[in-house]
Design a protein around this ligand. Structure first.
Ligand code: CA
Length: 521
């Protein structure tokens, strides 16, 4: 049963009818209350612009005015970009901030929450957070997916909005220059990439083209789907997936993977894949497109489609557009990547927090209409305005040289607090070409079901922790070696499978499947 106190019921009904925040109806405390926060994620190691604690986000300033709650940075592990490492440091130092937020916190909060390091949120939310509770009431499967083995949940997640994320992009102007059609299957794709390599589509007289590139090296694995293998079951790279028999399996332990990876290695050897795919890093897309060198990638619809406008004047005829996933060897068109409805990122309340009610009310603020707009679009009147009931970014934001998401990160919007993303944030800066691409993808039934994860009990978690990290490392080491041509996946396969077995893969799968069965019972 959902139970509301009188105060929160009034708060909820007021939120529906009151005008903008000027009247203070979202105020949580009479006197300003400081709460400390750990916020560690790939874009910033700290709660402040660029991770700097002294550069307070405009969004934080607005939230202070609206709620009276002041977040003060207390992030551990500022000099590592590895959020898991930062979490370990935080837990080891003992002195926990009031709020623990950021990247990949699901696993640690579900492991250490039941042991007392984090506060269970079930009762606090049902009593004091009507907007969050309303989200759970509408999305019980998401709540089930983040619930720990003890039946409690310990964090408020970042909840992405929208369906499609990444797509296959190709230089249509290169195809046109060479008189080629968009490739419809893996064999045609091969021929196109060979032509990109050999036939000088950028017209400079030099064989300098990089046919397939990716700014995340893991996207080389996306090519596996062209031979009916998988690279991940979720939007986290290298994740498990649920097979046709409703069993959790790992993509890199399947026979289909062996055969698909042999093809990827072959393409790499032939120069169809960026020779620097593992090392070129996050600037690959910027560099290879602006230098007129890159032919095809797999990347986000919105940000990748922005290059046509950005490079219109510097690369003549530049036209980089989404195209349908080529049919696999077995004739399947699949877009493996999609937006997951819930991320393992967000924020939790630590055991040392002495203001539980205020904190959960503050978390709830971000699920009110005003809070959600602030979390998505930044400060009203600064980065966006309400136009006919729709939040619309200012021209300065939309026409900036910088990507809208990068601008938002500096505002303190779209960061990894617990909030519900609003797809209108992205649609506004999605180019017409990308919108057409999204519609093309929508019309073709390309998506596959996602693995939302399982909540392991203490014993299961111990098995997972004992075996999985080294298994994963071993899988990735072998994968990279095979792609680079060190060893042959076909010849090495039996030894590889035997090693996975010795390293405990079956034990890991056993505990995960036990948890999966329990979760679905
Ligand atoms: Ca060339």
């Amino acid at each position: 049963m959902r139970k509301l106190t009188l105060a929160s019921a009034i708060l909820a009904s007021t939120a529906l009818t009151a005008p903008a925040f000027a009247d203070g109806h979202l105020m949580i405390v009479e006197e300003p209350l400081e709460l400390t926060i750990h916020m560690h994620w790939p874009r910033a190691q700290g709660y402040g612009v660029g991770g700097s604690p002294s550069e307070i986000y405009p969004v934080e300033m607005a939230a202070r005015e609206m709620t009276g709650i002041h977040l003060v940075d207390q992030t551990a592990g500022r000099n590592t970009t590895d959020s898991g490492e930062a979490m370990n440091l935080l837990l080891a130092q003992g002195n926990m901030p009031d709020i623990v937020g950021g990247h990949l916190i699901l696993q640690p909060v579900n492991e250490f929450g039941p042991q007392g390091a984090f506060v269970p949120l079930n009762d606090l939310v049902s009593e004091y957070a009507p907007n969050i509770q309303a989200f759970w009431d509408e999305n019980p499967e998401i709540l089930a997916a983040i619930t720990a083995y003890d039946g409690n949940y310990y964090y408020i997640p970042y909840l992405p909005d929208g369906e499609f994320g990444r797509a296959w992009f190709i230089r249509q102007d290169w195809l046109d220059a060479l008189g080629l059609e968009q490739p419809q299957n893996v064999d045609e794709l091969y021929d196109v990439l060979v032509a990109f390599r050999d036939d000088d589509p950028n017209g400079n007289g030099v064989q300098d083209e990089i046919p397939y590139f990716a700014r995340q090296w893991e996207e080389v694995n996306r090519l596996l789907t062209l031979w009916d293998a998988r690279s991940s079951g979720s939007d986290t790279y290298h994740d498990f997936y649920v097979n046709d028999e409703s069993q959790i399996v790992h993509p890199y332990a399947q026979v289909a993977y062996r055969d698909a990876l042999a093809n990827v290695a072959q393409w790499y050897e032939e120069g169809l894949i960026d020779p620097e795919i593992f090392t070129r890093g996050s600037s690959s897309r910027d560099y290879l497109l602006s230098e007129n060198l890159g032919g095809m990638t797999h990347d986000w619809f919105a940000s990748t489609s922005g290059y046509n406008a950005a490079l219109a004047e510097t690369v003549e005829g530049f036209n980089f557009i989404p195209f349908l996933p080529p049919a696999s060897a077995a004739g399947v068109r699949m877009e493996e990547h999609r937006r997951i409805p819930v991320k393992p990122d967000g924020w939790a309340i630590s055991y040392s927090n002495e203001h539980l009610v205020e904190t959960i009310q503050y978390f709830d603020f971000w699920f009110t209409e005003e809070g959600r707009n602030l979390a998505n679009f930044g400060v009203e009147g600064e980065t966006w305005n309400m136009v006919d009931g729709e939040p619309v970014f200012t021209d300065a934001v939309l026409n900036s040289d910088r990507a809208v998401n990068s601008q938002m990160y500096d505002e303190g919007a779209q960061i990894q607090r617990g909030y519900f993303q609003d797809y209108r944030y992205e649609w506004q800066w999605t180019s017409q070409a990308a919108r057409e691409g999204i519609e093309l993808y929508s019309a073709n039934d390309l998506l596959v079901p996602q693995f939302l994860g399982v909540s392991l009990n203490e014993e299961e978690q111990a098995v997972y922790d004992r075996y999985w990290p080294s298994l994963r490392t071993y899988m990735l080491e072998r994968q990279q070696a095979w792609i680079l041509g060190s060893g042959d996946v076909q010849e090495d396969w039996d030894d590889y499978v035997e090693t996975l077995d010795e390293m405990g893969l079956e034990d890991v799968l056993e505990v995960m499947n036990a948890a999966y069965t329990r979760q679905n019972s």
